[in-house]
Design a binder for this molecule. Structure first.
Ligand SMILES: C[S@@+](CC[C@H](N)C(=O)[O-])C[C@H]1O[C@@H](n2cnc3c(N)ncnc32)[C@H](O)[C@@H]1O
Length: 224
């Protein structure tokens, strides 16, 4: 196993003052994360490039003091990394599996993070509980299904930032009908972390409708 605390130069640039916290999280992932089967042993050797820096650069697309809901956090990617690199954010880590929420709760306590809440639930179960500024997700579901979960959890004008790999363009094309149903007008690919991580992190950015959906045809106006 590589030494997770020996962060590459790019990590120093991306994490800045928060690097010591990121290093402690990297160690926890490489030890407890591997032992408990949350990440594969091979991943421990490439934590920084493939996981930590790759997730941290998503913060380039997150406005100041935003509320962030991370669907399917697993071992904390990208939600916990965003909470580390951006203490101004309020982050909820949503994860249905007990083994994983236990790991996340321990990580949050160990890192003494005041800006993170861990919630054990599936995205479909929490509709109505959140009006997040930003929903994030990595490796959770194809974009069309993910958009169906994420859009009802966003405030009007909020954004889904879905970390996707090489198939991002194809997934976006396949998700267009679902996005249209939700009245989404902006859905685009962004490449983040250029020059910091190779390949850059590809995300699909979906902006929720700014005004509530119009009343369906034929429905009656309420008399006042
Ligand atoms: C492949 S893992 C990815 C974990 C993490 N995001 C990462 O990139 O390493 C998928 C995660 O999504 C969670 N998940 C699956 N269906 C979900 C749902 N409907 N709502 C919330 N989380 C879900 C799983 O429990 C699992 O932790």
């Amino acid at each position: 196993m590589g030494n997770p605390s020996s962060a590459p130069d790019a990590a120093r640039e991306v994490f800045g003052d928060t690097l010591p916290l990121a290093e402690r999280y990297a160690e926890f992932l490489a030890d407890a994360g591997v032992v408990r089967g949350l990440i594969g042993p091979r991943e421990a050797d490439r934590l920084w490039e493939r996981h930590l820096i790759n997730c941290a650069v998503v913060s380039e697309a997150v406005p100041e003091r935003a509320t962030v809901l991370d669907i399917g956090s697993g071992a904390g990617l990208p939600g916990l990394v965003l909470a580390i690199v951006r203490p101004d954010l309020s982050v909820t880590l949503l994860e249905p599996l007990l083994r994983r929420t236990t790991f996340l709760t321990e990580a949050v306590a160990m890192l003494n993070l005041a800006n993170v809440e861990v919630r054990r639930a599936r995205a479909e179960e929490v509709v109505g509980d959140y009006q997040a500024d930003i929903v994030t997700a990595r490796a959770v579901a194809p974009l069309d299904r993910l958009a169906g979960w994420a859009l009802p959890l966003l405030r009007p004008g909020g954004e889904l930032l879905a970390l996707k790999g090489e198939r991002a363009g194809q997934e976006l094309a396949e998700a267009r009908p679902v996005l249209k149903r939700f009245g989404v007008r902006t859905a685009e690919l962004l490449r983040l972390g250029q020059g910091k991580v190779e390949p850059p992190t590809t995300i699909v950015r979906v902006v929720a409708e700014r005004t509530p959906p119009r009343r369906a045809k034929g429905s009656r106006k309420r008399s006042s």
